[in-house]
Design a protein around this ligand. Structure first.
Ligand SMILES: Cc1cc2nc3c(=O)[nH]c(=O)nc-3n(C[C@H](O)[C@H](O)[C@H](O)COP(=O)(O)OP(=O)(O)OC[C@H]3O[C@@H](n4cnc5c(N)ncnc54)[C@H](O)[C@@H]3O)c2cc1C
Length: 308
């Protein structure tokens, strides 16, 4: 079994930054990633709010740049999914289906994945009209009407992206007010021919025998139902953290996000968490990267104390 100073799990912006800072501090690092480097950035068409890129940057371009930043450093990369973390500070064991590695500290950067809407037919219609990624699937709906569900930044940004492809975009939100940034809502409201905002409404039924042909939306105040004939339904109703592999002793909040202090320390000595996986207010690339840097520094100080 190989052994390193630090094991970083997840190579989104938080994990890549944590690995970068740890390696530059002289630590040996094992970085696990079950999919592709970049995490949710790969699902983002264009980032308009990442400082340093005033003209915006495509998600895949930022993901490539993040990943390239690790080249030549003391970071060993594994493309396996972590299934279990056990042990204690100074001797953690991280397991995948095929291998095990020991590390003195663990930095959890496993981000979050899309929450399901919970409407009947959602599972079997995934890939047949229901999607959680406009960037991945939007092109299939070129020239067709689609609906987006959600009220946060992801829903609004992806509605803007879809408005360039689809014939019509319905933005369905269960509340009157949106959580997402005003700038996105202004842009959507400036396209009344293309975009219709359906407020205070939820999707209560999906229609279609072999693929999605329409949805029923129900007004939460009046109970009034309306059918929208859409071929695509893009769901952005929040995120769930990826923490199933962690010991139960690691404290989570009511939604399952990992609780940390300001230095990204969890309640278990030697286990740190950074990025979207932890309980916090603002889940963005910049805050994930910031968390990753802080977690790396805190982990480095912890390692120094272990060795003292
Ligand atoms: C559609 C969309 C649009 C967005 N737009 C913006 C935007 O414009 N600006 C902005 O700043 N932010 C945006 N965000 C949010 C931003 O992408 C996230 O806040 C950021 O990527 C979080 O980084 P992270 O490293 O914490 O987690 P993630 O990016 O989620 O990365 C976590 C990584 O961990 C891996 N992983 C999970 N479990 C395991 C395991 N068991 N073993 C190994 N690997 C594992 C995952 O495969 C993933 O690659 C957007 C997100 C989405 C979905």
């Amino acid at each position: 079994m190989s052994s390193v100073d630090a094991i970083v799990i997840g190579s989104g912006p938080a994990g890549i930054t944590a690995a970068l800072y740890l390696a530059r501090s002289g630590c040996s690092v094992m970085l696990f990633e079950q999919m592709a480097a970049g995490g949710q950035v790969l699902q983002t068409a264009e980032l308009e709010n990442y400082p340093g890129f005033p003209k915006g940057i495509k998600g895949y371009e930022l993901a490539d740049l993040l990943s390239a930043h690790l080249e030549g450093l003391t970071v060993t990369r594994s493309s396996e999914a972590v299934t279990e973390v056990s042990g204690h500070a100074g001797a953690f064991t991280v397991k995948t289906a095929k291998s095990s590695v020991t590390g003195k500290v663990v930095v959890v950067c496993t981000g979050a994945h899309h929450r399901r809407l919970g409407v009947t037919g959602e599972s079997w219609m995934q890939g047949k009209g229901v999607s959680y990624c406009a960037l991945c699937d939007g092109n299939f709906f070129r020239g067709q009407p689609v609906a987006v569900v959600g009220g946060g930044n992801s829903a609004l940004e992806e509605s803007l992206y879809l408005a360039k492809l689809a014939s019509k975009v319905y933005v369905i939100h269960r509340r009157d007010a949106f959580r997402g940034a005003r700038i996105y809502l202004d842009k959507l409201e400036a396209m009344p021919d293309k975009v219709e905002i359906v407020r205070s409404s939820t999707v209560t039924a999906l229609h279609g025998d072999n693929a999605l042909e329409g949805v029923t939306v129900t007004n939460v105040n009046t109970g009034e139902e309306r059918r929208l004939d859409v071929q695509g339904l893009f769901i952005y109703v929040g995120f769930e953290p990826g923490t199933a592999f962690l010991p139960a002793a690691v404290e989570r909040d009511a939604q399952g996000f990992i609780v940390t202090d300001a230095e990204m320390r969890t309640n278990v000595p030697g286990i740190f968490a950074a990025g979207d996986v932890r309980a916090k207010l603002c889940r963005q690339v910049i805050t994930a990267a910031g968390d990753g840097a802080t977690a790396a520094q805190a982990a480095f100080v912890f390692l120094e104390q272990l060795h003292a």
